[in-house]
Design a protein around this ligand. Structure first.
Ligand SMILES: Cc1ncc(COP(=O)(O)O)c(C=O)c1O
Length: 423
C-alpha cells in the first residue's frame, strides 16, 4: 500500500467516528449538538406554510438597494486599489468621521473619528470587547430578559452571568445595587454590566433618564464598566430616546456598540465600537482579521456621504410605526384574552406576557403547528421570575398583510393549549 493510502486509512480510523466534542474546548463542548437559538421546536410539523414573526431583521422592501448599488459603483470607479486591499486599524476614516458627526449632531457631544472602531456588525464589536476584557470566571451582569446572542458570546469566554430584572423603565437599578453588593461580599470580580438600553431586544423597553444616571452612579461606586448595546437606538417611532449613557458619562468607563444591521441591512455586517480612544487602543491590539472589509466599508461610506441615510431612516421609522400599529391591533383583536403587552415605542419587537393558565412550551409548539413562528421567551430569559413566561413577536421583517392571519393562528394555538389544559 502506498504511503498516502496508508496515512488516509490511519487518519480515517482515528477520526471517522470521533465526535468533534472530544476536541472542543470546555466552552464549546456543551454546545455541540444542542439546539440553536433560532431552531423551531423539535418534532413539530406546521399544518400550513409558516408565517415568521421570529426574526430581528429589517423589512425586505425597505432595503435601499439602488442607493447601495450606486455607492458601490462609485467606489469601483475610483482610481487606485484602496477599496480592494488590506486596510488595517480602525476602518476607513470617512465612515468613522461620519459616525462622529452624526453622534455629535444627535447627542451634542464633541467626539471625533478616533472614538470609533469599525467591526463586523455589533456582534463582532461585542465579541472583541468580551475577548479583550473577560477572564474565565469574571462576572458579567446582564438584564433579564436580554439578547440571547450576547449571552452565547459571554458563555464562550467562561464568564459567570448574573441577571438583573427589568421593567418598563429598563434595568432595575435597585436590584442592580443589591446584586453588586452581594457580588462584592462574595469577593467576585464584576467586569461588565451589559445593557441594551434603548428599545431593548426582546422587551422593547427603554431605560429612563433617571435609571441611566443611577446606573452610572452604581458603575462608579462599584468600579464596573458598562457595555451599552445600542443596536436599536435610532429606531424610535415618535419620540427620540433619552441621552445615550455614553453621553451622560462622557465615555469614561463606558463602551457602546452600534450597527447598521437594523437600520439598513443585516448582510452588510457594518457595526462599530464607540469608546474613548485610549480604550479603543486595547481592542485594536486584540483584533485578528487582517483589517476590515474595505470594499464594503468604503461603499457604505459613499452611501452615507451621499446623504442617503437620513431620508432612509425617516422612511423606515414610519414603516415600523405602521407595522407596530398593525400588529398591536391584530393581536388585540385575537389574543388579548391570553396575552398582554406594552406597546413598543421603537425597535422590532413586541414582548407578550402569557396570562395564566397559558404555558410557554405548549404554546410555542402549538403555534408552530398552526403555522406561526414566534420566539419562546425562555431563550432570552434564562432565569424564570415568579413563574411568568413570555413570547417575542418580531414584526419588522414580516409583511404587514400577514399580521391578521398570524394573529388569528396564534389565537387558534392559544385556544388549543387552554382546551387541552382543561381536558
Ligand atoms: C441587541 C442586539 N445586539 C446585537 C445584535 C447583533 O447584530 P449585528 O451583529 O447584525 O449588528 C443583535 C441582533 O439581533 C441584537 O438584537
Amino acid at each position: 500500500m502506498d504511503r498516502v493510502q496508508q496515512i488516509q486509512q490511519n487518519l480515517s480510523a482515528r477520526w471517522a467516528e470521533r465526535s468533534p466534542r472530544t476536541v472542543a474546548n470546555q466552552f464549546a463542548a456543551p454546545l455541540f449538538g444542542s439546539a440553536g437559538e433560532w431552531d423551531l421546536p423539535p418534532g413539530v410539523t406546521p399544518k400550513r406554510d409558516l408565517l415568521y414573526l421570529a426574526v430581528g431583521i429589517p423589512d425586505s422592501t425597505s432595503l435601499p438597494k439602488q442607493a447601495l448599488a450606486a455607492a458601490s459603483q462609485r467606489v469601483f470607479e475610483q482610481p487606485g486599489d484602496l477599496a480592494l486591499r488590506y486596510g488595517f486599524g480602525k476602518g476607513p476614516s470617512a465612515i468613522r468621521r461620519w459616525l462622529a458627526n452624526h453622534r455629535n449632531e444627535l447627542e451634542g457631544t464633541q467626539v471625533n473619528e478616533d472614538w470609533f472602531q469599525m467591526t463586523n456588525g455589533s456582534s463582532g464589536a461585542i465579541d472583541l470587547v468580551v475577548r479583550s476584557l473577560i477572564n474565565p470566571g469574571d462576572v458579567i451582569i446582564a438584564e433579564n430578559p436580554t439578547y440571547m446572542g450576547t449571552l452565547h458570546n459571554f458563555r464562550g469566554v467562561g464568564a459567570e452571568i448574573q441577571y438583573v430584572p427589568t421593567d418598563a423603565e429598563g434595568l432595575r437599578t435597585d436590584a442592580l445595587a443589591s446584586l453588586l453588593q452581594r457580588m462584592r461580599s462574595a469577593g467576585k470580580t464584576v467586569k461588565l454590566i451589559y445593557t441594551i438600553s434603548t428599545f431593548q431586544n426582546p422587551s422593547g423597553a427603554t431605560m429612563s433618564l433617571q435609571r441611566r444616571i443611577e446606573l452610572l452612579e452604581l458603575a462608579y461606586q462599584y468600579d464596573v464598566m458598562i457595555l451599552d448595546d445600542e443596536a436599536y437606538r435610532e429606531l424610535w417611532y415618535d419620540t427620540a430616546p433619552p441621552p445615550a449613557i455614553s453621553t451622560l458619562g462622557d465615555g469614561y468607563g463606558l463602551i457602546t456598540t452600534g450597527t447598521f444591521s437594523k437600520t439598513v441591512a443585516t448582510g452588510i455586517r457594518i457595526g462599530w465600537i464607540h469608546a474613548r480612544p485610549e480604550m479603543l487602543a486595547l481592542f485594536a491590539r486584540m483584533r485578528f482579521g487582517m483589517g476590515q472589509n474595505q470594499t464594503g466599508l468604503r461603499a457604505f461610506g459613499e452611501f452615507l456621504d451621499a446623504g442617503e441615510y437620513p431620508p432612509h431612516l425617516k422612511k423606515i421609522r414610519s414603516l415600523y410605526r405602521e407595522k407596530r400599529d398593525a400588529i398591536h391591533s391584530a393581536l388585540k383583536k385575537e389574543v388579548s384574552e391570553y396575552l398582554e403587552w406594552e406597546v413598543p415605542q421603537g425597535g422590532f419587537y413586541l414582548w407578550a406576557k402569557l396570562k395564566p393558565p397559558m404555558k410557554l412550551e405548549p404554546l410555542w409548539r402549538t403555534a408552530v403547528e398552526e403555522g406561526i413562528a414566534v420566539n419562546p421567551g425562555s431563550g432570552f430569559s434564562p432565569v424564570e421570575e415568579s413563574g411568568t413566561a413570555y413570547i417575542r413577536i418580531a414584526y419588522a421583517w414580516t409583511p404587514v398583510e400577514q399580521f391578521s392571519e398570524a394573529a388569528y393562528r396564534l389565537r387558534l394555538a392559544c385556544e388549543r393549549v387552554v382546551a387541552s389544559d382543561s381536558a
